[in-house]
Design a protein around this ligand. Structure first.
Ligand SMILES: Cc1cc2nc3c(=O)[nH]c(=O)nc-3n(C[C@H](O)[C@H](O)[C@H](O)COP(=O)(O)OP(=O)(O)OC[C@H]3O[C@@H](n4cnc5c(N)ncnc54)[C@H](O)[C@@H]3O)c2cc1C
Length: 417
């Protein structure tokens, strides 16, 4: 029988790494996080902040291939693929295509739902237990439509979600929508409201998690890139970092979109592509929406925080490209102008992009590395890392501590690729 680990090093201080560190420390392990930048400086910094159990349907779904083909040629589509000679991208797209059928969509949806539901509940506990102030609000999420046809067509998705996942949205048509959300322009055909969803301010969450982790005795090494795993007798003994070797009994790779760099060392494929998304953060406009909302036909999200207001989204497969493309920011603004009385506010506080860690089957990769049994992977959370973080952290801690997992981890196995 293997001894229960007493210490762990987590590589990557995004929301997933921080959640893993939190639950590992609650299991009694001495934990160190190594982060190449500052804690929460990656994709977890300025995302849209939705904690959304409504988002069970994966991106790999029937119809997505057609959308993908259009994205190869379209100029101003919210989904953009920049074609290039990159075998990893084409292999990813091929795998993605193979997942775009109803059977796999529903199976992935069930596995996504397990993590979303667990995390939504664990957020309530985590925030209350630790007194975390991150502008959490539980006001639901509106899916807003601009054309009557698309609004009515969504009824079939609502039916499917009700039948397969037990999730039902409230239909708000015409005048009812205008009364519910006066920040929207008049004349919109309607919206669907998911009442179980919540939102928070991601940068506040990350700074609060840092406070909580430090108070629990977790060591956080920032500006400290991890370079390689040091092996001994078929196990990992240490991780080599810019600040020297860090030994531990267990290791967690939570490096988000940068995780594939570790694939050879861990002896498994980590087919994760960076799915670049943008956000723009402003002060609250005078006629600020009360409820977070997604403009479904334009794929643009709006998040009203107590301390600000954010437009976000778009998805660009452009490799590890660090350019902040103005035209993508303009897409967000142009969409908001179509729906909102007061779409923008001055002065702009931040324009940002992040690399979502996208997998071809829309599921995260959680489990032990096949080559090194004391190295665990927690990466590839796609568009839902914030929404899935506490459930992932708890699951990883249970697996490492040898406890009964609260979710069946099979669907997230690194061996599936
Ligand atoms: C525009 C946009 C909006 C989004 N909105 C939402 C939303 O509303 N709700 C939701 O649930 N999700 C949302 N997401 C997705 C979510 O942001 C991601 O799924 C999540 O942040 C991934 O977390 P992570 O910890 O895996 O990755 P990251 O936050 O990127 O963290 C990984 C960390 O690892 C570090 N790292 C990498 N390599 C090394 C190394 N060698 N050594 C040390 N450190 C290393 C990086 O610096 C980084 O800080 C959105 C994403 C975008 C782009």
């Amino acid at each position: 029988m293997t001894a229960v680990p007493k210490s762990a090093v987590v590589i990557g201080g995004g929301v997933i790494g921080a959640a893993c560190a939190y639950y590992l420390s609650r299991c009694g392990l001495a934990v160190t996080i190594v982060e190449q930048g500052g804690l929460g400086s990656g994709c977890s910094h300025a995302n849209c902040g939705y904690v959304c159990p409504s988002h069970v349907l994966p991106m790999a779904a029937p119809g997505a291939v057609w959308m993908g083909l259009k994205a190869l040629v379209a100029r101003n589509s919210p989904l953009k693929i920049r074609p290039r000679l990159d075998p990893a991208l084409w292999s990813w797209l091929w795998r993605f295509t193979r997942n775009c059928n109803t059977r796999q969509m529903l199976a992935a949806g069930k596995a996504i739902q397990a993590l979303l539901v667990s995390s939504r509940r664990l957020y309530d506990e985590l925030l209350a237990d630790e007194g975390i102030e991150c502008e959490w609000e539980s006001k639901g999420l509106l899916f807003v439509f601009r054309t009557a046809a698309a609004f009515e067509h969504y009824a079939s998705t609502d039916d499917l979600m009700g039948r397969e996942f037990g999730i039902r949205a409230r239909r708000l048509a015409g005048e009812e929508l205008a009364a519910f959300e006066p920040a929207l322009k008049p004349g919109l055909p309607g919206a669907w409201l998911y009442e179980t969803d919540a939102h928070l301010r991601p940068d506040r969450l990350m700074s609060e998690l840092k406070r909580v982790l430090l108070a629990r005795g977790v060591t956080i090494r920032e500006q400290c890139p991890a370079k390689r795993i040091v092996r001994e007798n078929g196990r990992a003994r240490a991780v080599q970092t810019a600040a020297g070797e860090l030994e531990a009994d267990a290791f967690v790779l939570a490096a988000g979109a940068l995780s594939p760099q570790w694939s050879r060392e861990l002896g498994c494929r980590l087919p994760i592509q960076p799915g670049k998304g943008y956000s723009i953060t402003m002060p609250r406009p005078v006629r600020c929406p009360a409820t977070p909302m997604i403009f479904e036909e334009h794929r643009v999200a709006v998040t009203p925080f107590r301390s600000g207001y954010r437009l976000g989204s778009t998805m660009e497969f452009a490799g590890y490209d660090k350019t902040l493309r103005r035209e993508r920011i303009e897409l967000l603004k142009a969409a908001a102008r179509l729906y909102l009385h007061e779409p923008l506010a001055e002065p702009v506080q931040e324009e940002w992009f992040g690399w979502r860690p996208m997998t071809p089957d829309s599921l995260p990769i959680i489990g032990a590395s096949p080559a090194l049994s004391n190295v665990w992977i927690a990466a590839g959370h796609n568009m839902l890392g914030l929404s899935m973080a506490p459930g992932t952290g708890r699951l990883v801690a249970e697996l490492i501590a040898g406890e009964q997992p609260h979710i069946d981890p099979q669907a997230y196995s690194p061996l599936r690729f």
